[in-house]
Design a protein around this ligand. Sequence first.
Ligand code: HEC
Length: 453
Amino acid sequence: MNFFDELVIPPSHNHVMLLKYMLTISLLLFIPYISMMLGATFISTHFSKKGKTEGNNLFHRFAKDIVEKLTITKSAELALGTIPALSTFFAYAQLLYTAKTISVGMLALAVVLFIISFVFIYKYRNTFKLEGIMKAFKSISNTEALKSDTDDAKEIKEFEETNVAVNRTSGTVGKWLLLTASYIFAGTMALASSPDKWGTTGNVLQIIFSWQTLFSFMALISLAGIITGAAIMFFFFSWNGGVKHMDDSYAALVKGVAGKIALASGIMFPLMLLISYAYMPQVSQSPTVFYYMVVVLIISLILGNFIYSMFKNSDTSSATVVFVLVFVLVTFNVIKDQLAFGNAIQQNTTEITKIAEEHEKEIKGKTMGSTGIDAEAIFTQKCSACHKFDQKLVGPPYNETVLKYNGDVQKLADYIFNPQKIDPAYPPMPNQGLKKKEANAMAKWLMDKVNKK
Ligand code: HEC
């Protein structure tokens, strides 16, 4: 994309390495977090609606608890959602500099959708809090007054109604935006790793209606399911002593939901892993990518076993182990994907580092002007008639005189710029009429040469 090419500075070789690490770390934060958000909002809105239609308080409570636990806090939204999303975009834009693909533009779209969805989900989460505050408020205030027809009572009633409406819309809008963003995100990631498709994929629709997108999305969703199931168990039953005041029926509901989701996703994930591997283009594949894929497969099977026994025996004691294993799984999976991506863009990175080197030279030439000076040429033209490094000619050998300056480039440059009488054994050195900058470059060059010997 030309627009981004203008915006982004081509990264140098070291910079490319750094970007790759940054990308991996960002995704390690981002993927689990949006997974939990996806799981939490879909389950929550489902149970919120069900709770209302069936008048079941447990469902309603679950709807509230799950968004609160799994989306963590507003600052987590920033630290684990928004910032990693932006840095992922930043890294992609740089790594795909000059690549003829719409991936970067698509990723920008996904990131914007993610951030908007976070705002809605935050609102959704907040409506539950307000509802709780209202309930507490009502329990301590005069019920007769609340039922009466005064303006205050009306206002309170209106506020509650708006809150319910906002809860419904923000939840619905948030979850679908999040799902759309995830779909585009999965498609972009898959496309970025398939340089063979860059030329033929020219618009959003081609990304949306592609098998590759569908399968990598399914892989993401099944991973999200595992993460969500494990996160529910962890946050409800283990972390900080779990959720307070859970009675048996509530605990059974929570375990049931988490179990179904984790098991179904646990079965789907290995399948999706294999299918998306089969869809991986030749250029992205390498033995290392394959080994990582196998490791991910093995971890997912071990994890599946844990999850199965956890739910079969309704035993939450391994919730923490499962949660940790899930992160190991995510880590290996992200590394696998990033290795494949690295292979896919290898040609591109060689190209951009070349451009970066030229770019750097250009900038230096403009701002410092010093690298434009060829000290060696000046030496041959202006100094070599009287100087050698190791022998006396008209002037003394550099190897003897330059060392006296003890690395003081400025002092040596001053001498070259304007020579003074020094050694009685020699005639004075005639001023060579160098410019200040040239004298500096000469001094530096001489020091480097002499020190190397
Ligand atoms: C016409 C001959 C001649 C040329 C050309 C010449 N030098 Fe010299 N240079 C001398 C002589 C003679 C001395 C000794 C001066 C003294 O000790 O007072 C000297 C001394 C020096 C010294 C030693 C100063 C010290 O502290 O002892 C340096 C360094 C030096 N020249 C660098 C250069 C450089 C760089 C150039 C080219 C840009 C150059 N010279 C060109 C004749 C020359």
